[in-house]
Ligand binder design. Structure first.
Ligand SMILES: [Fe+2]
Length: 229
């Protein structure tokens, strides 16, 4: 039995109390896989023109680490879709964990790359929101950079997010693609995995963080803030 049949069967049985055999044909189709959505986005800037970040490193990061996350996401989705009803919960659980890691890695990398390329400047709405949330833009930047530095030599992300529950911006420490402040919109994402800086900076995480700030595309960041009501 294919997974979709298995899911349909379970949903029908729960909903109606009918036996599995009679319910199978009466329920709607479950969700399909969408491998066409799991495709790699190209870099939106000229990788030769970053300031202090080499073309070799950024292209390698994009074509190997990010592309790998996209491929893993697709492979895991296909694997889960092909499961049958005899799958053990721990086998499914392991795949679901890997699915979350791969999908989050793909998404976070897209926020990271999309906001690189040096353009524009911080606009008033973002400034105002940073001041309301952190007192000053400088205090936000200091906290963001120090949170990033705390991940140097480790693995994780620093995210500036707008959270709808607490209605303010917050810097989020995000480890292994897995941590997040739920109900948040990502405004800026900084990759602190070693693959994102070791080629150019070695162990100098601070040098990488400073270079990242020099290369921010503020037009993209402003647009993300602009989309928040
Ligand atoms: Fe990365």
């Amino acid at each position: 039995m294919q997974r979709r049949d298995f899911m349909a069967l379970g949903a029908a049985t729960l909903a109606s109390g009918l036996t599995a055999a009679t319910a199978a044909d009466t329920v709607p189709e479950p969700r399909a896989t969408h491998p066409e959505m799991l495709t790699q986005k190209p870099l939106a800037f000229d990788p030769k023109k970053l300031d202090g970040i080499s073309e070799k490193m950024i292209v390698s990061h994009h074509d190997n680490n990010y592309a790998g996350a996209v491929k893993r996401s697709r492979a895991i989705e296909e694997k889960i879709a092909a499961l049958n009803s005899s799958v053990n919960p721990f086998e499914l659980g392991a795949l679901k964990r890997e699915q979350m890691v791969a999908l989050n890695s793909m998404i976070l990398h897209e926020y990271y790359f999309d906001a690189l390329g040096t353009a524009g400047a911080m606009e008033s709405k973002l400034k105002r929101m940073l001041e309301l949330s952190f007192r000053t833009v400088g205090e936000w930047e200091n906290e963001f950079k120090k949170t990033a530095l705390s991940l140097g030599g480790g693995s994780g992300w620093v995210l500036l997010v707008y959270n709808a529950r607490i209605k303010r911006l917050e810097n989020v420490w995000s480890w292994d693609h897995m941590h997040g402040l739920w109900d948040s919109k990502i405004i800026l994402a900084l990759d602190m995995y070693e693959h994102s800086y070791q080629m150019d900076f070695g162990a100098n995480a601070k040098g990488y963080i400073d270079a990242f700030f020099k290369n921010i595309n503020w037009d993209v960041v402003n647009a993300r803030i602009g989309a928040i009501a």
